[in-house]
Design a protein around this ligand. Structure first.
Ligand SMILES: NC(=O)C1=CN([C@@H]2O[C@H](COP(=O)(O)OP(=O)(O)OC[C@H]3O[C@@H](n4cnc5c(N)ncnc54)[C@H](O)[C@@H]3O)[C@@H](O)[C@H]2O)C=CC1
Ligand SMILES: O=C(O)[C@@H]1CCC=N1
Length: 267
């Protein structure tokens, strides 16, 4: 019976855990390692999953998902390294942490896959990008992909693109929620009840996302279809350009990419 351990069960760890359970993974094939006792207890009660020590989980599992903050990764690896053996697979979901960083801290022959997931995995609409480390077999990479495909889509990318991916899809949901918040506030400023503004914005987002996915039409064309000559949309879009929103998105994502690079240094 193949065992999968999840070490670090905060927002992303629980997202992965819940997705695996929804996808039909038996709870007796799952182990969780979590530092905070009250959190560990909560997860045991919610999912019926066994929460054990990190070293114990690492020794028993075939696949170990590392879902702690980048700043906590070195300590976690020091703790579990003596329990690991060649042939096991480590799947890191941490921003910035390279496969080389992990490989240099665990026994030879332990395979590493770096993944950048995102929180829509909570509703099985996640986007994950996976990159193999230096000695990861096709079968092990497929195992990491299958872990993530239980909660959404998966793409394979070269590891050098991981910091950019982190800036786009890893952090991406936060930008979208920020836009949604801003539009709801604008609706309230324009005199709409908050509940009405919220419903209008969320359905507009869902409908627009569905159009992008289902028509396959380029976003520029879809935007042009909404923009009547001399109309309301053109007027609004001119304001967004005047306020340099496009440039702000570029600067924001460059900043996220650079921060991802820094996290590897432990800052
Ligand atoms: N939240 C997000 O949207 C995304 C997060 N990630 C990555 O996922 C990782 C976790 O992020 P979050 O879940 O947001 O953080 P979080 O702070 O919610 O969760 C981290 C968990 O790890 C636990 N922990 C810390 N040290 C531990 C140890 N030695 N042993 C066991 N448990 C330990 C903490 O108690 C906490 O519950 C990060 O590396 C982050 O870069 C990646 C993509 C998206
Ligand atoms: O903010 C962060 O560092 C993590 C990585 C991507 C999304 N959340």
């Amino acid at each position: 019976m193949k065992q999968t351990a999840i070490l670090g069960a905060g927002v992303m760890g629980e997202t992965l855990l819940s997705g695996l359970v929804r996808a039909g993974r038996r709870v007796d094939q799952l182990l969780v390692g979590e530092k905070r006792n009250e959190r560990a207890q909560e997860l045991e009660e919610r999912y019926g999953v066994a929460v054990v020590g990190n070293a114990d989980a690492a020794a028993k599992a075939d696949t170990v998902a590392l879902v702690v903050k980048p700043q906590d990764m070195a300590d976690l690896l020091d703790e579990i390294a003596p329990s690991l053996r060649a042939g096991q697979l480590l799947v890191s979901l941490a921003a910035g942490i390279t496969t080389g960083f992990i490989e240099s801290r665990v026994p030879d022959g332990v395979a590493v896959v770096r993944v950048m997931p995102n929180t829509p995995a909570l509703v099985d609409e996640g986007m994950a990008a996976v990159s193999p480390g230096s000695h990861c077999s096709e079968e092990q990479l497929a195992e990491a992909e299958s872990l993530m495909s239980s909660v959404g889509r998966v793409v394979r990318i070269p590891e050098r693109q991981q910091d950019a991916v982190t800036a786009i899809s890893g952090s991406g949901p936060a930008y979208i929620f920020f836009v949604v918040e801003s539009m709801i506030e604008a609706g309230v400023h324009l005199g709409l009840p908050r509940a009405t503004a919220t419903e209008l914005v969320i359905q507009t987002l869902v409908g627009s996302a569905k159009m992008l996915r289902e028509t396959g039409t380029h976003p520029t064309v879809l935007r042009e279809q909404v923009t009547s000559p001399g109309g309301t949309t053109a007027s609004a879009l001119r304001e967004l350009e005047v306020h340099r929103v496009r440039a702000a998105f570029l600067a924001a994502m460059e900043s996220a990419r650079d921060r991802s690079r820094e996290l590897a240094e432990g800052d």
